[in-house]
Ligand binder design. Sequence first.
Ligand code: NDP
Length: 247
Amino acid sequence: MGKLKGKYAIITGGGRGIGESIVHRFLDDGIAGIAVLEYDQNLTEEMVSRLGERGSKVVSIQCDVSNDKDVENAVAHAMEQFGTVDILVNNAGITRDSMFHKMTDDAWDAVINVNLKGAYYLCKHVVPIMRKNESGKIVNISSISAFGNVGQANYAASKAGLIGFSKTLAKEGGPKNINVNCVAPGYIETDMYRAVPEHIIEEHIKGTPLRRLGKPHEIASVVSFLSSDDASFLSGQCISVSGAATT
Ligand code: NDP
């Protein structure tokens, strides 16, 4: 298809789950290069070189997105490798679920720092590059939990924060030809979701009109669309990809 031909991307949390699927989808779509930012570096050198055999340059960079210095270094590394950043996908995310009355300060801070502040740090270092280029696509991975979900006050706040953040960056970046959107996945089969107890999974499936969980590639295809020129007039939106589920 080649709809991302000639483009260079940064994807956070790209070593597993939804992020890994986005990496594969971007490669399928002919991207020129991807910097995969990972906390635990799940991608071995061998895996990275195998990905690179598909005709694109792939680099794996260790980075804690909640650490500004790490992010600054990672973006500088991507710039050294590619000379530019055309696409940024803020996908890294964590949960520390509990009822709000039992939630610790640490659980609140950890989730806000990775999910929301991490996206802020990435944008802080990438938006100036895109403004200079007068071109760019940013996709932030939110969640249907942004609209409220029991046991996830910290996570919902972080994911709702991402929506307001994205809509604002879309307004500010529009005159510089920068599109900013959110994708809000529903219940998707990844490591993050595997922590959910069986009886809750059944409830989620019942509450999903398409009557199943989503697959990571079903999020990746939408992220790829939003990162491409097929979505050139689409900005400031949050697209739920949830089989019609709401929380
Ligand atoms: P996983 O738990 O499978 O993967 C999470 C990813 O985030 C990993 O690659 C992990 O990196 C990375 N990450 C976590 N903390 C950091 C950090 N401090 N710095 C850098 N990277 C970090 O989750 P999913 O793939 O399911 O989730 C991807 C995104 O989708 C998240 O933002 C999540 O909130 C969102 N989402 C997921 C849903 C689901 O049902 N699965 C539903 C709605 C939204 P590493 O492996 O190196 O630790």
